[in-house]
Write a protein that binds this ligand. Structure first.
Ligand code: DC
Length: 231
């Protein structure tokens, strides 16, 4: 990273599965005219690539090679892998669980690091995931750790799946969420944890508009403080 790119402001939004990070990050990016990075999509794409090419999800060398060579393009509202639209494919529970497994591999995380940092472009970036504030953008202008109770998160996922016409079972979803949380938090490399300088926001029972407003307020406060100290 050069000095010019580190001057581009980043808002890092981390948190567990289905905490609402995606919706909030996109709304904040839209409000500020910033770029948006869905880092989970990259891990999901690596899982998809491994599943499609018959590579075992534990084979660190082979999966890391896939991560390095990943031919992916993020277009408006669409994700292309090898020139095919995979926007919905990577949202499946199989890709979600697969992503959580390949995310354990240090070689994969290393391969995706520069790719994620390359999204930092003027006028700014809103990046969401598990380690945006701790590892990928440690100098982010604002770090938010978004949480919600497991029950609320399972309900949100249930609704999302039903809306897409995908059959879902609440108890199974809750069990999978606990499993994923456990794996994401317990791994030795870049585990899901709140950065020491992050602001925690529990979205249980709070509407999306209010959360977006809060994140924007925090960002403006921090930006004003930085501008004041540079004067
Ligand atoms: O946010 P998501 O559910 O799309 O992420 C899918 C998986 O990818 C998640 O279980 C853990 C992993 N992940 C990660 O390890 N680090 C990130 N920055 C983003 C996602």
């Amino acid at each position: 990273m050069n000095a010019a790119s580190t001057a581009v402001p980043v808002i890092a939004i981390d948190g567990p599965s289905a905490s609402g990070k995606g919706t909030i990050a996109q709304r904040v990016a839209e409000a500020l005219g910033f770029h948006y990075l869905d880092s989970g999509a990259l891990y999901r794409l690596v899982a998809l690539a491994a599943l499609r090419s018959g590579v075992a999800l534990e084979d660190e060398t082979a999966v890391s090679d896939l991560a390095k060579q990943l031919d992916v393009r993020f277009c408006v509202g669409r994700i292309l892998y090898n020139n095919h639209i995979v926007t919905d494919d990577i949202r499946s529970e199989i890709c979600g669980m697969g992503a959580s497994r390949v995310a354990l591999l240090p070689g994969v995380r290393q391969a995706l690091l520069l790719r994620q940092q390359a999204f930092r472009q003027a006028p700014g970036l809103v990046a969401e995931g598990r380690d945006m504030g701790t590892v990928v953008f440690p100098d982010a202008m604002l770090k938010v750790f978004l949480t919600a109770s497991a029950e609320v998160r399972a309900e949100r996922r249930y609704k999302q799946l039903k809306e897409k016409g995908i059959d879902a079972n609440m108890r199974a979803l809750l069990r999978e969420l606990h499993e994923r949380d456990q794996r994401d938090s317990a791994r030795s490399v870049a585990p899901l944890q709140m950065a020491v300088d992050a602001r925690e926001l529990d979205s249980t029972g709070i509407g999306i508009d209010e959360i977006v407003r809060q994140v924007l307020d925090w960002y403006r406060q921090n930006a004003a403080r930085v501008a004041g100290s540079e004067r």
